[in-house]
Design a protein around this ligand. Structure first.
Ligand SMILES: Nc1ncnc2c1ncn2[C@@H]1O[C@H](COP(=O)(O)OP(=O)(O)O)[C@@H](O)[C@H]1O
Ligand SMILES: [Mg+2]
Length: 227
């Protein structure tokens, strides 16, 4: 069950990346609220700011302007280490590029967030169960370079889900999966939302994936096009 009572509130969020050629306005003045137990999807063409928005909500990149409140906590008022701890306890992030550690096995990669936050001891049974649900149990001792793209993606999903996060932020989590595996992952996320009131924000560019959510937000040039 979700241990958070209050929504994810994004207010006037703007992110400008500084580059040699000048500033890139990746996210421009976005405000949105995602309630506890809501499953929101974000669509938009490549470069529209989806990943940047998700990283801002995860507390992974500082906004240029604006705020992100999670369960009434302004996350950018926390120190870096407080914010990391907050994330490890409350948020599971599935990255578009997986971000697996190449020297660790599939199991070790999945266990990583629980190792960072020493308070989150995970039982062997729980890990094995998750490996089975994701159908990577027999790959658990493999390192990322000996896993297929789809298997690496499922390891990244396992790492995000292991600690039962109240909030799941997923960046194109099915981009490397076939249609059967994609539907399995979407069903798993839908169940976590319906049965356990987890809050989910999922980025996708596929309408068939977005349809699993309660509502869809479309980004264009860093701004919300609809609500
Ligand atoms: N680290 C970065 N430095 C500079 N520009 C970036 C960086 N990350 C993303 N961008 C730019 O910000 C915009 C939004 O990118 P991104 O959030 O990755 O979009 P999406 O996930 O929708 O494809 C793009 O123009 C992209 O080139
Ligand atoms: Mg992206």
């Amino acid at each position: 069950m979700s241990n958070l009572e209050f929504p994810v509130e994004v207010s006037n969020l703007t992110k400008v990346y500084k580059t040699r050629g000048g500033g890139v306005n990746a996210v421009c003045d976005i405000s949105l609220c995602v309630n506890v137990g809501e499953f929101v999807t974000i669509m938009g063409s490549s470069g529209s700011g989806k990943s940047t928005l998700l990283h801002l909500i995860a507390g992974l990149t500082n906004p240029t302007v604006g705020s992100v409140k999670i369960n009434n906590q302004e996350i950018y008022n926390l120190t870096d280490s407080e914010r990391t701890r907050f994330r490890c306890r409350n948020i599971g992030v599935i990255f578009q590029a997986f971000n697996l550690i190449p020297t660790l096995t599939a199991s070790e990669n999945i266990l990583l967030p629980s190792l960072i936050d020493g308070k989150n001891k995970v039982s062997r049974d729980k890990l094995d169960n998750l490996l089975r649900i994701l159908e990577i149990y027999d790959r658990r001792r493999h390192r990322p370079d000996s896993l297929s793209g789809g298997e690496q993606q499922r390891v990244a999903i396992g790492r995000a889900l292991l600690i039962d996060p109240a909030i799941i932020l997923a960046d194109e989590p099915t981009g490397n999966l076939d249609s059967v595996n994609s539907a399995n992952i979407c069903k798993l996320l839908r169940d976590l939302c319906d049965k356990e009131k987890r809050t989910i924000i999922l980025v996708t560019h596929e309408k068939s994936i977005a349809d699993w959510g309660d509502r869809c937000i479309t980004l264009k040039d860093g701004r919300i096009e609809n609500k």
